[in-house]
Design a protein around this ligand. Structure first.
Ligand SMILES: Cc1cc2nc3c(=O)[nH]c(=O)nc-3n(C[C@H](O)[C@H](O)[C@H](O)COP(=O)(O)OP(=O)(O)OC[C@H]3O[C@@H](n4cnc5c(N)ncnc54)[C@H](O)[C@@H]3O)c2cc1C
Length: 405
């Protein structure tokens, strides 16, 4: 998410071209092949969840590859990193147009939307060359190893520790020549079972207070010393995990940014994460709510009509915030807060329209809404809680006094 898309003939031409390609290649929203909510996976058992998650990830990878082959993926990245060298607004146009179809790349959101800004702003040329082209083709999935049992909203408490191998200092950006081994416990890690790499926040200096001794790394997930244990959620999903690190290896070239400057990297990542969550489309369900009200004959009920009108209004507001997210102070937080609220209200409205039939599990109409209803509370926590977004908007966006510590 970045600049406002300019209003010009050039934009109109690209928009028409993207839309024509999508009309020929993408399933319509609400059709049987619609996979725009594929990332919201629920299941009765772990085996069933893993099979569904695998299928959703496969569909996402295939779609990303088709976007890449058609020239729509990584539209604004430099060509040497697998992009098309286009202006920032070109990627925005592609994203905006996709939102109207039954497609999604959310299963790869960390790799596609959060890691690239981090590598572009803080990574080395080699790190960009290694990861960005594979990410653009949908070949590399990432997760985030940030939260720990005692570090969530306040990540200065991170305790996972990366010890230098063979003495400290010496290498580029202060990295020890032998790299590090990292030990500690992470929790609530989304997508850890399928990730190839993790953006890891770990302490590299036990004597430096708070954020000063924390660094950021690209950790390879498929290695000894990385154990992933899925956690079950209210929906029956195993969306997130505990991750135990026991002397896992980090090469010197896996340090992102400077040693001890992990919070600068984290700030970039969190800003893009909030904008990415806020720009989500799976809760954009005004049209589906209206269709359901018509199908159930409740479209003349004044209360139902109010709910649908409110959903429409919220979606228009989300569009307007999305277009200006780079201009509004703390725009990512505004978008994320508005989106999590919209997801909660819209899924509640859907269950109200469905009435008692909302309690029927495994029904093709009610189950997707139940999944969204149970997914919505997590949206208010992941990527920074609603309270943290409000504090961020108040203090850094509006310049209000800081909350007492
Ligand atoms: C669906 C989902 C996916 C997630 N994915 C990941 C992931 O991939 N990787 C990862 O590292 N983490 C992930 N998380 C974890 C998430 O980032 C944390 O849950 C979140 O940052 C809150 O941290 P916490 O759970 O430790 O709660 P705490 O920080 O302990 O907060 C508890 C409560 O206190 C409130 N609070 C805390 N501090 C303040 C304050 N200063 N002012 C006002 N209120 C405050 C919070 O809003 C919250 O209500 C995920 C969480 C969810 C729900």
């Amino acid at each position: 998410m970045g600049d406002v898309v300019p209003d010009s003939d050039e934009v109109a031409r690209l928009r028409a071209e993207v839309r024509a390609w999508l009309e020929a290649n993408a399933p319509a929203k609400g059709s049987a092949a619609d996979f725009s909510a594929a990332h919201i996976v629920s299941a009765a058992t772990r085996e069933e969840f893993e099979a569904r998650e695998h299928a959703a990830l496969d569909a996402t990878r295939r779609w990303q590859r088709r976007l890449f082959d058609a020239g729509w993926a990584a539209r604004s990245w430099a060509e040497e990193y697998g992009g098309r060298g286009g202006a920032p607004w070109e990627a925005e146009v592609v994203a905006e147009e996709q939102a109207g179809f039954g497609v999604s790349t959310k299963m790869l959101a960390i790799a596609l939307e959060m890691v690239p800004p981090v590598l572009i702003h803080h990574g080395t040329h080699e790190q960009r060359l290694t990861h960005l082209p594979r990410i653009a083709r949908g070949e590399e999935a990432w997760c985030q190893l940030l939260s720990e049992p005692d570090a969530g909203s306040d990540l200065t408490n991170v305790q996972a520790f990366a010890s230098p191998v063979g003495g400290s200092g010496g290498g580029a950006a202060g990295a020890p020549e032998g790299g590090w081994t990292v030990t500690g416990q992470k929790v609530w890690t989304s997508g850890a079972t399928s990730a190839d790499f993790a953006l890891l926040l770990a302490r590299t200096d036990r004597d430096a207070p708070g954020r000063a001794g924390v660094s950021c790394f690209a950790l390879r997930m498929d290695q000894p010393g990385v154990e992933v244990r899925p956690l079950r959620q209210i929906s029956g999903a195993y969306h997130f995990n505990e991750v135990f690190l026991d002397d896992a290896r980090l090469e010197p070239g896996q340090l992102i940014g400077s040693l001890g400057d992990g919070f600068a990297v984290l700030r970039t990542m969190l800003a893009s994460e909030r904008a990415a969550i806020g720009g989500g489309t799976s809760a954009r369900s005004f049209a589906q709510l209206r269709g359901m009200a018509e199908a159930t004959g409740r479209n003349h009920d004044p209360h139902v009509r109010q709910q649908i009108a409110r959903a429409y209004t919220r979606e228009r507001l989300l569009d307007l915030v999305g277009e200006r997210v780079g201009q509004i102070p703390m725009g990512g937080s505004v978008a994320k807060l508005s989106y999590s609220e919209h997801a909660r209200l819209t899924s509640s409205a859907a269950l109200e329209i469905l009435g008692p039939s909302a309690t029927v599990l495994d029904d093709p109409t009610s189950q997707p809404w139940l999944d969204r209803f149970l997914f919505a509370p997590g949206l208010r926590l992941g990527g920074g809680t609603d309270e943290i977004q409000r504090n961020t908007i108040a203090e850094r966006g509006l310049g209000l006094p800081r909350e007492p510590a």
